[in-house]
Design a protein around this ligand. Sequence first.
Ligand SMILES: [Zn+2]
Length: 284
Amino acid sequence: MSLVTSKHLLLNALKGKYAVGAFNANNLEMIQAIIEAATIEKAPVIVQFSQGAINYAGIFAIKSMVGAMAKYNSIPIVLHFDHGRTVEQNIKCLNSGFTSLMFDGSDLSFTENINQSKILTQIAHFYKIPVELELGKVLYQGVDNNEIINTLTNPYQVKEFIYKTKADSLAVAVGSVHSQCSSETQLDIDRLKEISKEIPEVPLVLHGSSGVDENSIRDAIANGICKVNVGTCLIKRFSESVKNYIQLNPDVIDPRKYLNAGKEEMKDEVRKKIRLFGSSKIIK
Ligand SMILES: [Zn+2]
């Protein structure tokens, strides 16, 4: 089938109390790993690209690869832009055929975040493309606890934010941090419950999941998280596997061989995540 938007996928997840995995890719083998894993698991899936990944692989190459794989597949596949920092870059992705967008205004003031987000949602909704926004800020590894606490999502701001921006989904800061691999972080589930109570009809998004304890992820999904972003633990397994392969087979020069080792390892990780998120066997 053609690429689908994330709109109904996430609303269905909200109803069904599971989460759709949103996996970051940078190259052909990573896209294959994600789509092949989701196909085996019979799960809807979001393949997402950061601005850096787009700079690396090229926006049209990305659309062509993911679009072609979706066309010859029966599971719903979304092509999502992850952490778009400007409205302009989001519009480029919209024009290039991405089926889901994100504007990350987490560095802006509450009012400016609303103002810029609104510009994008109005344009994207005209083309029936959904937009994820961020309120609070999910930080990057290396910050201390105080910084994390200072940037958590304020539950008393979410209703106004959604009402004014018309966001289709909301990335929330509830204790996770990007680029971590430890799987030890406990999320602030009470805060998540308060947020969900304020906007029960809006699918919530968890960023920085690689560093979060599995039970905490399950709790988060039971309390409104419908999309879980996974990046760091995938590239870690991909890269470690490629390095191991080359170490064990120093004479191999065929990139298909060592990249395939990375791909198979990443596929295994994606399948594990899909089962953790409860979205395995959702497609009948
Ligand atoms: Zn993120």
